[in-house]
Design a protein around this ligand. Structure first.
Ligand SMILES: C[S@@+](CC[C@H](N)C(=O)[O-])C[C@H]1O[C@@H](n2cnc3c(N)ncnc32)[C@H](O)[C@@H]1O
Length: 171
């Protein structure tokens, strides 16, 4: 994705990904970042911050507010408790909301990158997201500590799927 692109950065604080994004999209593009905490050391003319709790965010409101996006990034991470199942299920909840937002806002052929903790729900999450993308693969960045359970799912080539139930034809 290059100049003029429109990125949505979920869980943007303190702003490193958004900072990288604004450079990629240039002055004609735009990055919108959402987090519970405002980035205090990062600002740019083509960066807009929304202070929101993703979990209670109305997706239709967001769509009206920021419009369609070429890329939706989610680096959302819960406050970890050290209790594996709790942390996994909180991460899954954030990832599920990020997916809901991506499905509503992505342009055709757009891309989705989503952090998620490895665990029992990962396969089901991937199976749910995959049909909407031409490609879907897990990536573990080399910077992530070996014992970390974080991975990123990268979905490329978004395609809207008609979810209306197939009408039964009788007779
Ligand atoms: C790993 S940090 C993101 C780092 C960021 N990508 C960067 O490059 O600087 C995860 C972020 O998710 C945010 N977060 C967690 N739960 C959230 C929620 N319910 N709504 C909004 N943001 C949330 C946290 O506040 C935290 O800033």
């Amino acid at each position: 994705m290059g100049p003029g692109g429109r990125i949505l950065d979920l869980g943007c604080y303190p702003g490193s990904w958004s900072q990288y994004g604004v450079k990629k999209v240039g002055p004609k593009g735009e990055v919108v970042g959402i987090d519970l905490k405002p980035p205090d050391r990062f600002t740019a003319p083509n960066f807009r911050f929304l202070r929101e709790d993703i979990l209670t965010l109305d997706v239709n409101w967001l769509k009206g507010e920021v419009g369609a996006r070429d890329v939706v990034l989610s680096d959302l991470a819960p406050q970890t408790t050290g209790i594996r199942l709790t942390d996994e299920s909180r991460s899954l909840e954030l990832a599920a909301k990020a997916l809901e937002i991506a499905l509503a806002l992505l342009k055709e052929k757009g891309h989705f990158l989503c952090k998620i903790f490895e665990g029992e729900g990962l396969k089901a999450f991937r199976d749910q997201a995959s049909p909407y993308f031409l490609g879907m693969r897990p990536v573990r960045p080399s910077a992530v500590r070996k014992k970390s359970r974080e991975i990123y799912l990268v979905g490329t080539g978004f395609r809207a799927i008609d979810e209306r139930p197939i009408t039964q034809v009788h007779g």
